[in-house]
Ligand binder design. Structure first.
Ligand SMILES: Cc1cc2nc3c(=O)[nH]c(=O)nc-3n(C[C@H](O)[C@H](O)[C@H](O)COP(=O)(O)OP(=O)(O)OC[C@H]3O[C@@H](n4cnc5c(N)ncnc54)[C@H](O)[C@@H]3O)c2cc1C
Length: 397
């Protein structure tokens, strides 16, 4: 495959130079576009060139070896904790129902664990048509090898068209391995999904090139089409009051699943913060100036029942561990209230919090980009504003 510039057509207008996300296009001595080895074949220049002077040649159109018509249904992996479905399961149900409006295929949950009947009823209530269940007490705890084995075998047996999981610690761990076993593609960390109305392919939408572009990725020749979707990126399916649907049970023993990992202690997992579940988040950034100043953020968070978040600058400075990072390479959050303290509002930070219901920003720079997304902006020094807030809240206790 090669990308070429038709020099007769090229007018040197620079549209391709400006649009190239990797800086692979320059103008040669004759003022014509030239493309170097940094090109990632993203096709943006091909699409944007007003003279149609750029084309990709020698591209092999692969034909699928799989009978794609055998694959039907939109599956989502429903995560549970202690027999209670987690909110991400309802988010996946919600996006699956949205896809089903165009695709006209049934929406099916997949649950591993005990007390599955109750959880299946909850999914029917949210609009799922069918729930595939593998029931065993040992499945209440996430175990990578076993989950991969079960999911792979279920997919081989029932042949779903689409399989979705949440980009949580669990989904990120076992779904890529499942996709690899099935020799199909996976788009990780999507922020949205859609169905192409013409091809009926799943469009897997996610930021790319440092958040500057949104990529639409499709899986043309392999099945199922698999994606993980960021928690809080899509709306939860609402309860419908309808509790009917079909439960399909497979016997755990029939899978012969073995696990190389023993669970020794649950302590470490339980101690980690769950930013994505928090209704209030107070986040600190480089404006704090020092790790010890996070104490002030923790205090404020504690007083209003919130969790502590951070910008990448604060994490990279070693002031707070990575699980607290909010943003493109951290967590996506959607709390009711997000308080950004000493955070500028870089695009990569906004990618993880801009859909919060109510954003409060405290920053001493009135031109900080965070104020563009803030519902309430406080232009001021965090070392003056936060202690006053803390004092006020303590006096009301
Ligand atoms: C590929 C990639 C992925 C990334 N992923 C993430 C990500 O997931 N999350 C993320 O956050 N970033 C991410 N970044 C980094 C991002 O581009 C920014 O560098 C980062 O968000 C900046 O953090 P900050 O706002 O804390 O620091 P700065 O941009 O330095 O902003 C500090 C702010 O504090 C204010 N300030 C200073 N002192 C005070 C004071 N006393 N009182 C009030 N305000 C004060 C300043 O006015 C300034 O606006 C990523 C970058 C790249 C390239």
């Amino acid at each position: 495959m090669e990308i070429i510039v038709n020099k007769d057509k090229c007018t040197g207008c620079r549209v391709c130079v400006d649009v190239c996300p990797v800086g692979a296009i320059t103008l040669d001595n004759d003022g014509k576009a030239q493309i170097d080895e940094r090109c990632s074949f993203c096709r943006l220049c091909v699409k944007e060139c007003p003279e149609n002077a750029i084309e990709i040649v020698g591209e092999e159109k692969k034909k699928s070896e799989t009978d794609l018509n055998q694959y039907k249904g939109i599956w989502f992996f429903a995560e549970q904790k202690h027999g209670k479905l987690s909110h991400v399961s309802f988010e996946l149900c919600g996006i699956s129902l949205k896809l089903a409006e165009t695709l006209k295929e049934e929406v099916c949950g997949v649950i591993f664990g005990s007390k599955c009947d109750e959880m299946a009823q909850e999914l029917f209530n949210r609009g799922a048509n069918k729930v595939y269940v593998v029931e065993d007490e040992s499945l209440d705890e996430f175990r990578q090898d076993i989950y991969v084995c079960l999911m792979t075998e279920l997919i081989k047996k029932y042949k779903p068209n689409i399989v979705l999981a949440s980009a949580t610690m669990i989904g990120r761990s076992f779904i890529p391995q499942t996709a690899a076993r099935l020799k199909t593609g996976l788009t990780a960390d999507c922020t949205d999904l859609a169905i192409d109305p013409d091809t009926k392919l799943l469009q897997q939408i996610r930021p790319t090139y440092g958040g500057n572009l949104m990529a639409k990725i499709v899986c043309e020749n392999h099945r199922p089409q698999m994606a993980t979707i960021r928690p809080k990126a899509v709306e939860e399916a609402k309860p419908t009051g309808n509790n009917s649907g079909i439960i399909v049970k497979d016997n755990f023993a029939s899978f012969n699943a073995t696990c190389r990992v023993d669970l020794i202690s649950k302590e470490a997992v339980e101690q980690t913060i769950d930013l994505q579940e928090a209704e209030i988040i107070v986040s600190g950034g480089r404006g704090l100036g020092d790790g010890k100043n996070f104490e002030m953020i923790r205090k404020l968070a504690e007083l209003i029942g919130g969790a502590v978040g951070a910008s990448r600058a604060a994490v990279d400075s070693g002031w707070i561990p990575y699980p607290h990072q909010v943003g493109q390479t951290g967590k996506t959050v959607k709390p009711k209230i997000y308080i950004a303290c000493g955070i500028s509002g870089a695009i990569q930070h906004l990618a993880g919090m801009s859909t919060s219901d109510y954003i409060i920003a405290i920053n001493k720079d009135p031109d900080a980009p965070i104020f563009k997304v803030a519902n309430l902006g406080i232009v001021g020094d965090i070392f003056e504003v936060i202690p006053k807030l803390i004092q006020k809240l303590e006096s009301k206790r």
